[in-house]
Design a binder for this molecule. Sequence first.
Ligand SMILES: Nc1ncnc2c1ncn2[C@@H]1O[C@H](COP(=O)(O)OP(=O)(O)OP(=O)(O)O)[C@@H](O)[C@H]1O
Ligand SMILES: [Mg+2]
Length: 395
Amino acid sequence: MIESSSWVEKYRPKRITDVKGQPEALEKIRKFIESFSPNSSKKALILYGPPGIGKTTLAHVIAIESSAEIFELNASDLRNKDKLNEILKPAIQQKSLTKERKIILVDEADGISAVDRGGLQELLKLIDLSPAPVIITANDIWDKKLAPLRKKAEMVQVKQVDYKTIKDVLIYILRRENLFIKNEILTAISVKARGDLRAAINDLQTISKLKDPSSVIFDERNKETDIFNALKEVFKSRPSTELLSVYDEVNMPLDEIILWVEENIPQEYKGEELAKAFDALSRTDVFKGRIHKQQYWRFLVYENILLSYGISASKKEPKIGFTSYKKPSRILKIWMHNQRTMKKKSIAEKYAKYNHIGVKRALNEFNILKPILKKPEVQDELKLSEEEREYLNKS
Ligand SMILES: Nc1ncnc2c1ncn2[C@@H]1O[C@H](COP(=O)(O)OP(=O)(O)OP(=O)(O)O)[C@@H](O)[C@H]1O
Ligand SMILES: [Mg+2]
């Protein structure tokens, strides 16, 4: 349980006007609730997006605004027939209950896909039978198994909160608490949170307890500013040997950098330059193939050269002016998703080996195992890597 003195709880928005950002999501949920009828073609709405951006909060706030009562169900409730019947029966039978507004909230539905089919089937049934709108929240809803659920529901993406908005929230909280923290530190917290408002508020609370908040060192740099600067160097300036270290400062694996470069080549280069740049890029792929096949890591150097000097030298003249570089949206999502599944798999493999069980079984039971896997002693015992630990502790 979160302690009641936590600022995250204390400052959880109670009314719509307290919610920062998220205008589109709010509007869509409101419409959904208002136009809901038991015969609606879509009786459920899925709020999806990364952690700490207000999905659960949005559901509660809308409920308050439309004077609806929330019935909350979690993934394990769905596997519990008695509990489901208990909730559905009054909801189906008693007309008086349907007069008062109800919202059924299935919070953090991600768990459903990983555990068993039963939970999902129950959820689908619940949506069909429910006389009340069903709101579902999830971080990751793109599992193949969840396709039937996606079909039944209106999908609403909740976007990351930008750092300025996060900073506004932090300033508001500090005022309420009668505290002062330096502007640079607030900026650093907001940037470091990468859209996760909950993380930012927690950091703020921790830091505010320190005697000297300015002693805090922020090791995590702003990933996106770094890559934007590197792209600017590569695309705009003349090729030079200094360029070879341009990505050293970027806190991102080379594979991810490739996606950024790929996405932005057409923003800068046209015609012959474009062809040359893509040629350099395609050669990085050749090396990548060899690296994976032969585990010959020295080829990484060539990848880096092609991505920096190679891309830079594709142009005839240095470029001037401002270019707004784009984040590789779709591909990056798939890539990050794969990275995550890879981590999950490697953890499951270690666990399976340790316990002499099959990897498949470890994967199937992954969500049940999670609380155990989160224990530092267990992580030590399984010799989990930093990234694997981070994956577990974040999820
Ligand atoms: N848009 C927002 N405006 C104001 N405060 C917010 C907003 N989003 C999040 N918060 C703050 O962050 C906390 C966490 O938000 P919430 O629990 O709704 O996130 P979530 O998206 O449901 O995360 P998870 O995916 O981890 O369940 C809230 O208690 C609130 O203090
Ligand atoms: Mg939530």
